[in-house]
Design a protein around this ligand. Structure first.
Ligand code: PEP
Ligand code: MN
Length: 279
C-alpha cells in the first residue's frame, strides 16, 4: 500500500498592522535592497504603495560579504524608514543583524527580518522571540528545511508565534543564477508547519529577468507572499541593482502576481476597508 502524507497543515493568517499574510491572503513585501538616501527611499515607497504592495522592505543594516562594502545607513536609515511609513502608511520590514540594535529597529519595524546569514544565530533568534514583534526568518544559504524549522523554534519557544518563513534560494552546483530557488520548499514547509511561507525571488535570481517568472511560479505553488526588491533607478543602486525590478514596471508586475495568486486561491492583501466606508 502506498503511504500518503498527512494532510497539509492549514496556514494560519498573521495580521500585521491591519494586513493579513497567510490563509487566503497573499502579501507582496517590496522595496529597495538598502535604504540609500531620503529621495531614493521615499520614491521607492511611493511606487510600491501605489502599485498595491502590502508592506515596504528596505535594509538599514546590511549583511555584506565584504566588510569594505556599504554596510547600510544604520540609525539614519531607520529614521528614513519611519518617514516612508508616515508618508505611505505602509508597514515596514527591516533586517536586524545585532541584538544591540533591536531596540532602535523596533521603533520603526512592524516586522523584523532575520537574514540568511543569521538563520542559525541562536542568540539573535531568541532575542527576536522575546521582543514580541513579528519575525521574517530567511532560510540559510546552505540550510535544510529541518534546520530552518528548528531555527524558527528558537523564536517560537520564547512565546512569539508571529513567524514568517522565507525561501530565498540555496547554494547548488548551478552557476547560471545567483542561488537555486527551491520551490518545492513551499509545499513541504506547508506540510510541516502552520506558519506562513513566502518566497524571495530577487536574491535567488540575481538578475531581474528571472524575477517575474519565479514570482509567478512561487504564487502558483502556494506561497503566502513574495519579498521582492524594487528600485526607482536600479542602475544607480548601491547594492543588488541587477536583481531589482525597475520602479516604472512594478505596477505591471503586481497585476501578474495577483492573477497567479488567484490561481492558488489567494487574494492580494491590502488594508481592510474602514467599516461604513463605501469603496
Ligand atoms: C535581504 O533580503 O536584504 C537579504 C540580505 O537577503 P538574504 O539574507 O536572503 O541574503
Ligand atoms: Mn538585496
Amino acid at each position: 500500500m502506498i503511504e500518503t502524507q498527512p494532510p497539509a497543515a492549514e496556514t494560519e493568517a498573521l495580521e500585521i498592522a491591519g494586513r493579513k499574510i497567510g490563509g487566503s491572503s497573499f502579501a507582496i513585501i517590496a522595496g529597495p535592497c538598502a535604504v540609500e538616501s531620503r529621495e531614493q527611499l521615499l520614491e521607492a515607497a511611493q511606487i510600491v504603495h501605489d502599485a498595491g504592495a502590502t508592506l515596504l522592505r528596505g535594509g538599514a543594516y546590511k549583511p555584506r560579504t565584504s566588510p569594505y562594502a556599504f554596510q547600510g545607513l544604520g540609525q539614519e536609515g531607520l529614521r528614513l524608514l519611519a518617514e516612508a511609513k508616515e508618508q505611505t502608511g505602509l508597514p515596514v520590514v527591516t533586517e536586524v543583524l545585532d541584538p544591540r540594535d533591536l531596540e532602535h529597529v523596533l521603533e520603526v519595524a512592524d516586522v523584523i527580518q532575520i537574514g540568511s546569514r543569521n538563520m542559525q544565530n541562536y542568540a539573535l533568534l531568541a532575542e527576536a522571540g522575546r521582543c514580541g514583534a513579528p519575525v521574517l526568518l530567511k532560510r540559510g544559504l546552505s540550510s535544510t528545511l529541518d534546520e530552518l524549522l528548528m531555527a524558527s523554534e528558537y523564536i517560537l519557544r520564547e512565546g512569539n508565534e508571529a513567524v514568517i518563513l522565507c525561501e530565498r534560494g540555496i547554494r547548488t552546483f548551478e552557476t547560471a543564477y545567483r542561488f537555486t530557488l527551491d520551490l518545492a520548499a513551499v509545499p513541504v514547509l506547508k506540510e510541516r508547519t502552520h506558519l506562513p511561507v513566502i518566497v524571495d525571488p530577487s536574491h535567488a535570481a540575481g538578475r531581474r529577468e528571472l524575477v517575474t517568472p519565479l514570482s509567478l511560479a512561487a504564487a502558483a505553488v502556494g506561497a503566502d507572499g513574495l519579498l521582492v526588491e524594487v528600485h526607482p533607478c536600479p542602475e544607480e543602486a548601491v547594492c543588488d541593482g541587477p536583481q531589482s525590478l525597475v520602479g516604472s514596471e512594478f505596477a505591471g508586475y503586481v497585476d501578474r502576481v495577483r492573477a497567479a495568486a488567484a490561481l492558488a486561491g489567494k487574494t492580494l492583501s491590502g488594508v481592510a476597508p474602514l467599516a461604513g466606508v463605501v469603496a
